[in-house]
Design a protein around this ligand. Structure first.
Ligand code: UDX
Length: 438
């Protein structure tokens, strides 16, 4: 089948390559020339495991271009552009509306437009009305991929959600989309058909739930810290209850990234607009717990070092999560900035994200400074403390006996509760974590 994908960011680029893997001929469009040139050469513009292999393997079925007129041949058009956070925290819909208007001149009767982007509830109904007279179909088909597992999640999703807008022939539109996803469906992937408002809500509800789970356990960590309890043991114990589950109950410096933080904020704004803002006031607490946990690093360092100004702090990690070079809304980066603003000399190290942030930021308190390097061992040289902010395997598996002698004092703050405390303690380290007993 001939397919087009509009938008070659994280979502669109992976989706385009995955659709080629399913055997379709794919035209992928983006306005960013450098990104398109890289993708056309088989080079991934971001770090994502297995993505480059996928690009290279499906080279013959993939065309990346900035020329939108090339989509004329396609019968199915995926919209995968970003919906970044606007100044008022709502979703900025500029790229969605722009992509849609650019697509309209090339749409024929019977074509299917498939929305993948995360949008405010009501968007698909509004866009569908715009193409009503062209007799083209629209389905909202949200994407649930996780960075670091984007290829796997796109090719083997947990479920496929089809959201049918008002006035659309849902049967015909679903039949076409079933044809696109034929091999995924044949492997038994559940497919749920619902109206488009429900489908739009499914996506933001899923992200709100995940954010809530993380902030819940981080709230428990706050309680554990003043009661002498251990949050990891607590998470293990409640996680055995299959109604609760152990996943997304890792306490630490909290969630970041390009989705969870902005999606819950945009959801709150949309609920306000709809007059039901009160239903989501709990998300405000979820966000404030999340931001409060970042401050805990500064508090722990003050407790341990007396003062932060003039101290050298090594931070392992800048990416918002391991196996990614994404630094959007990264807790690790926000902590680095905050420590520099307190006058610390901060050296961050990250095996991948260092390229995304080779910044040299002077802090606010006279001597504070933040620099970013790749090598985590160089970062600890002469450091008064080490903060583990992203749980990359190379950090978890590092030998503290190699790290300790390079540091000025053997202090580690485990921001992801990911280190083997016995090993670090036996190497002479003092270790502090989040809601942990050591
Ligand atoms: C998320 C959703 O998981 C995905 O379904 C959606 O499509 C996009 O947003 P992603 O942004 O890739 O995916 O990251 P995710 O794995 O959900 O982690 C988000 C943040 O939560 C990371 O900063 C991670 O470190 C943090 N996290 C996760 C915790 O602090 N504790 C946990 O137990 C789990």
């Amino acid at each position: 089948m001939k397919i087009s994908v509009i938008g070659c960011g994280y979502l669109g680029a992976v989706h385009a390559a995955a659709m080629a893997e399913l055997g379709h001929d794919v035209i992928a469009i983006d306005t960013n020339k450098a990104r398109i040139e890289a993708l056309q050469r088989g080079v991934a513009p971001f770090h994502e495991p297995n993505f480059e292999n996928l690009l290279k393997r499906n080279y013959s079925r993939l065309t990346f271009t900035t020329d939108i007129s090339k989509i004329r041949e396609s019968r199915v058009h995926f919209i995968a552009v970003g919906t970044p956070q606007a100044a008022d925290s709502s979703a900025d819909m500029t790229f969605i509306y722009g992509a849609f208007e650019n697509l309209i001149p090339y749409l024929s009767g019977g074509d299917l437009v498939v929305g993948k982007s995360t949008v405010p509830v009501g968007t698909a109904n509004q866009l569908s009305a715009r193409i009503a007279e062209l007799e083209a179909h629209l389905i909202w088909n949200p994407e649930f991929l996780r960075e670091g597992f984007a290829v796997e999640d796109t090719l083997s999703p947990d479920r496929l959600v089809y959201g049918v807008p008002e006035g659309i022939d849902g049967e015909e539109a679903s039949r076409i989309l079933d044809e696109v996803y034929e091999s995924i469906l044949e492997r038994g992937c559940p497919r749920l058909i619902m109206n488009s408002s429900t489908a739009e809500l499914v996506k933001v509800a899923a992200n709100s739930f995940l954010a809530t789970k993380i902030s819940f356990i981080n709230a428990m960590a706050e309680i554990a810290e003043v009661t002498g309890a251990d949050v990891t043991q607590l998470a293990d114990a409640i996680g055995y209850d299959s109604r609760i589950g152990r996943k997304f109950l890792n306490a630490g410096i909290g969630f970041g990234g390009g989705c969870l933080p902005k999606d819950i904020r945009a959801f709150m704004v949309r609920a306000d607009q709809l007059g039901v803002g009160e239903a989501l006031t709990f998300l405000k607490s979820i966000e404030s717990i999340n931001l409060r946990r970042r401050e805990q690093v500064t508090r722990l360092l003050k407790e341990e070092l007396g003062q932060i100004k003039g101290k050298k702090i090594a931070i392992w990690g800048i990416a918002f999560k391991p196996n990614s070079d994404d630094i959007r809304d990264s807790p690790a980066l926000s902590i680095a900035h905050s420590l520099a603003a307190h006058g610390a000399i901060v050296v961050s190290a990250d095996p991948m994200a260092w390229k995304a942030s080779t910044e040299q930021i002077p802090g606010d308190a006279d001597i504070g400074f933040h620099s970013v390097i790749q090598d985590h061992i160089t970062a600890v040289e002469g450091a008064d403390a080490l903060v583990v902010a992203t749980e990359w395997d190379i950090f978890i598996n590092e030998d503290p006996n190699r790290v300790g002698p390079l540091m000025k004092s053997k202090l580690v703050i485990d921001g992801r509760n990911c280190l083997d405390s016995l090993v670090w303690k036996s190497a002479g380290f003092r270790i502090r974590g989040f809601g942990r007993l050591y």
